[in-house]
Design a binder for this molecule. Structure first.
Ligand code: GLN
Length: 479
């Protein structure tokens, strides 16, 4: 097997035994990107010089005995996470040439661990979308089926892992943006409990939902990366206090006695029958591995999609107010006064989807409509949190499809925002609840000659990551 096709665990062994150097791995990964990325378009920026610098530092750590499991491992970073001196575009014209003056907490953590960043990955503009088609800069293709979308918004990160153009990637998940592209591309993706990974240096979309997490080739690798990037960070006011973050602790332990609920609402209307069948098959495998599977019900989930879209647009309209041509990034030319500068800059700098959400957000927050939309959506959020809490009194976790369908063709849904939003129906409840959930590949659907990956998600109560990894790893081992 070629180096770039290996997982973190295998590469780490080769590095620790000095069979290969970090520099050689960086060379190999950059060669894979040069060979393949013209086809897939996963990367917006390849940072070769920086990668070699970090590889050199990693080789020093390996030589002097300060290396850890991620030292020398090549990875890709979503382009809404700040990297000092390396452009961070959010796939928007607004930030096309923006160079951050500081590193995000996640960037710092991975640098300190000796991991080697290869570059920055494509995404939906400001993480708003589900197919990476709203990127203003580039098209990304699904490596499993190049006429199909990779999912989104972390589509570039998922594609880079699936195409073996990195050993792992970092994404962000506001309403499904790690899990849904993981499902579409056939990789593992975790959205951790809200507050687990610092949002310092993550360009904000909807701050009460945004969470950073890993996309990997295996479940064990995913736990390894999450252990490296989670921490308490006082620069993020919603960062959790220190707690036990040994996420790998239960991997390999058997599942006997574990109770898993199958909420029927996730298997009914709007869910592709073959997706539902593959997820039910996964349930059987988990049962064979010792878990107790039971049908259950979560009616409050029907509020999730409208509540999510009201709240995320409201938060986005506030967060994106800072992009006005005065301080950051793009500034339109030919303005006569300040008002015109704002107007022209924001009209030209933001794409359609971003403008649509800013307008919707302003609408639901406006004095006359606040109670009808924003307040109602917050109430629905509270209801849903309560409903999840009741279920978690009975079950250790819930099993559901990650997305209602497999990947769709490029262009198929991009002109219909409603159709696109319906694809988020399975993922957004988790973000409304601040819960952790992992997407794991569970088979493929053949369509027009293409083999399209499908994933299931395991959803747990806050802080249940170790258990989710335990169940996911047991499934993966039985596959
Ligand atoms: N597709 C959802 C949206 O467009 C989720 C995006 C995300 O998680 N960043 O809002």
């Amino acid at each position: 097997m070629k180096f770039h096709e290996m997982d973190i665990a295998a590469l780490s062994e080769l590095l620790q035994s000095r069979t290969v150097s970090a520099k050689e791995l960086a060379e190999d990964a950059l060669a894979a990107i040069a060979e393949k990325d013209g086809r897939y378009g996963a990367y917006l920026t390849v940072a070769a010089e920086e990668a070699y610098r970090q590889a050199e530092a990693a080789d020093k750590m390996l030589a002097d005995g300060t290396a850890g499991v991620l030292t020398g491992i090549p990875f890709a970073m979503k382009d809404n996470i700040c990297t000092k001196g390396i452009r961070t575009t959010c796939a928007s014209k607004m930030l096309e040439n923006w160079l951050p003056v500081y590193d995000a907490c996640v960037t710092e953590r991975l640098k300190a661990a000796g991991a080697v960043m290869l570059g920055k990955t494509n995404m939906d503009e400001f993480a708003m979308g589900s197919s990476t088609e709203s990127s203003a800069l580039q098209l990304t293709r699904n490596p499993a089926a190049p006429d199909y979308v990779p999912g989104g918004s972390s589509g570039g990160s998922a594609a880079a892992v699936a195409a073996h153009e990195c050993a792992f990637a970092i994404g962000s998940d506001t309403g499904g943006s790690i899990r849904q592209p993981a499902s579409f591309c056939g990789v593992v993706g975790m959205k951790p409990t809200y507050g687990t990974v610092s949002r310092y240096g993550l360009v904000a979309y909807a701050s009460s939902f945004d969470q950073i997490g890993p996309l990997t080739k295996t479940v064990a690798d995913n736990a390894t990366v999450l252990e490296a990037i989670s921490c308490h960070d006082r620069r993020d006011s919603t960062s959790l206090p220190e707690y036990d973050t040994n996420y790998s602790a239960l991997i390999g332990k058997d599942l006997s006695g574990m109770r898993i609920g199958l909420p029927q609402e996730y298997f009914g209307e709007g869910i592709h029958p073959e997706v539902a069948a593959l997820v039910r098959k996964a349930a059987e495998q988990l049962e064979n591995a010792g878990a107790v599977i039971e049908e259950c019900s979560l009616p409050a989930v029907s509020y999730a999609l409208p509540a999510y879209y009201v709240l995320c647009c409201a938060e986005a309209s506030s967060n994106l107010a800072r992009f006005d041509g005065v301080r950051y990034g793009f500034r339109a030319e030919g303005f006569e006064d300040l008002d015109q500068l704002y107007r022209k800059t924001r009209t030209q700098g933001f794409g359609r989807e971003v403008r649509r959400r800013i307008m919707l957000g302003n609408y639901v927050l406006s004095a006359g409509y606040y109670d009808a939309y924003y307040k109602k959506a917050q109430q629905a959020r509270t209801l849903l949190i309560g409903a999840f809490r009741e279920l978690f009194a009975k079950y250790d976790m819930l099993l559901a499809p990650t997305a209602p369908t497999p990947a769709y063709k490029i262009g198929e849904k991009s002109s219909d925002p409603m159709e696109m939003a319906l694809g988020d129906i399975c993922t957004v409840p988790v973000n409304l609840g601040g819960l952790p959930a992992i997407s794991v590949p569970c088979g493929k659907i053949t369509q027009d000659g293409a083999e399209l990956p499908v994933g299931f998600q395991l959803i747990g109560p806050a802080f249940s990551e170790a258990k989710l990894y335990q169940a996911a790893a047991a499934y993966e081992a039985a596959e």
